[in-house]
Write a protein that binds this ligand. Structure first.
Ligand code: GLU
Length: 316
């Protein structure tokens, strides 16, 4: 039996930071330790924010670290395109299937209106959509479209969607009370991450999705889309986020922990070894190659809580 197909799915909106690298390392180890393979997909849906030069740099950074992938990115392969900016027609087909099921409707609410409404908030800070535009009549829609282009949402059921996360354990979410009808397409025509990621992971044969815990709350939505589209969902592993010493999430905007900075100060083995230490894969931050971590890899060793950068580990 062949092993899992995992993937790297970075958004090239800046240089990779240590948190992105930790996830990539875990994705690679998880797939490779069971004889699997890795696909690289570039998530540049918002093409204006994701110039190709960033994607190329990101490939160079992953390869420098020794996180070599088997298919995708600029290397291409049998499941292309591997750049989401080139997949508009593919997403359109799946979107039309959902439309044909009568589950997609236009939404005219602005962000400000949604936040002003007293609807509860989701764990990622968004508003649980209260279904404001779900019941508009065709006449009301026509009227509103004269002044505003709508975004498009998919209706969700009042149902608990449960799954077993390889890292975090059992997780479940009621889509209606946890997030509400969610976006499939923006008013400018760009498809939403939730749709694109499902369509792409399915068509690329991905059987295992490893990504940051900030996306744990997206997974029930994605499992729902898999179901609607008649596709089999992959296994999911959400890895704890890496926080700076003050407990803030790392972001592509702070240069300190970006590879640009780190590559001048550490070898690839030093960075991999320190990340392996932070994520419970070795007792000391000794330099390691990704390959050397394969025999001892086990999700049970990876912490479930956010991981905080320790003073002195990466410089200051
Ligand atoms: N493109 C997303 C990111 O870079 C990851 C999406 C995913 O893994 O599903 O954060």
């Amino acid at each position: 039996m062949s092993g899992p197909t995992g993937r790297f799915a970075p958004s090239p909106s800046g240089r990779l930071h240590l948190g992105n690298l930790a996830c990539s390392l875990l994705a690679w180890l998880s797939a490779k330790s069971r004889g699997g393979r890795i696909v690289l997909r570039i998530e540049d849906l918002d093409a204006a924010r994701c110039p190709r030069a960033y994607a190329d740099q990101l490939e160079e950074d992953l390869a420098w670290l020794g996180l070599v992938w088997d298919e995708g990115g600029s290397h291409g392969g049998p499941h292309g395109p591997y750049y989401q900016s080139e997949c508009g027609e593919i997403y359109t087909k799946s979107y039309q299937k959902l439309e044909a099921m009568g589950l997609v409707y236009p939404c005219f609410c602005s962000r400000a209106q949604l936040h002003a409404a007293s609807a509860p908030h989701t764990s990622d800070g968004n508003v649980v959509y209260p279904g404001t535009c779900r019941g508009l009549t065709p006449e009301q829609v026509a009227e509103k479209r004269r002044v505003k282009a709508p975004a498009w949402r998919v209706m969700v059921p009042d149902e608990e969607i449960a799954f077993e996360d390889l890292c975090m354990g059992p997780h479940s979410e009621n889509l209606l009370t946890g997030c509400g009808d969610f976006y499939l397409r923006r008013a400018d025509g760009v498809f939403a991450y939730q749709l694109a990621v499902v369509v792409d992971d399915a068509r690329m044969g991905v059987t295992e999705v490893v990504r940051g815990a900030d996306l744990l709350s997206s997974t029930a939505r994605q499992i729902y889309l898999y179901r609607l589209l008649g596709l089999t969902p992959p296994a999911f592993a959400h890895c704890p986020l890496l926080l700076d010493q003050e407990g803030r999430r790392l972001s592509k905007r702070d240069g300190d922990q970006s590879l640009e900075n780190l590559r001048g100060r550490y070898t690839a083995e030093e960075i991999v070894g320190k990340l392996a230490y932070l994520y419970g894969l070795q007792p000391e931050p000794a330099p390691r190659t990704p390959q050397s971590l394969l025999p001892g890899f086990d999700w049970a060793k990876v912490p479930k809580q956010d991981v905080r950068l320790q003073p002195g580990l990466f410089g200051s």
